[in-house]
Write a new protein. Structure first.
Length: 74
């Protein structure tokens, strides 16, 4: 059985790879993701940490989490 945060990370990763989410797109808020995927705050946070570690998303203080441009310099 896959952990909830892994399922959420996989779903967002798939949306990025398919082009449904493009570089610069803002991800839904934590509360939206919690409602949509029926997971806890901790699961959303865990998924964001995984996606950040994979360089797929970046957090912007006070602004949200965005899909990272793979061509952008770190």
């Amino acid at each position: 059985m896959t952990a909830k945060y892994e399922r959420l990370a996989n779903a967002i990763r798939d949306q990025i790879k398919s082009g449904e989410l493009k570089p610069g797109d803002k991800l839904p808020s934590i509360s939206q993701l919690r409602d949509e995927f029926k997971v806890s705050y901790g699961s959303v946070r865990g998924a964001m940490l995984v996606l950040k570690a994979e360089q797929l998303v970046e957090g912007r203080q006070g602004d949200g989490v965005f899909v990272k441009d793979p061509k952008a310099k770190p």
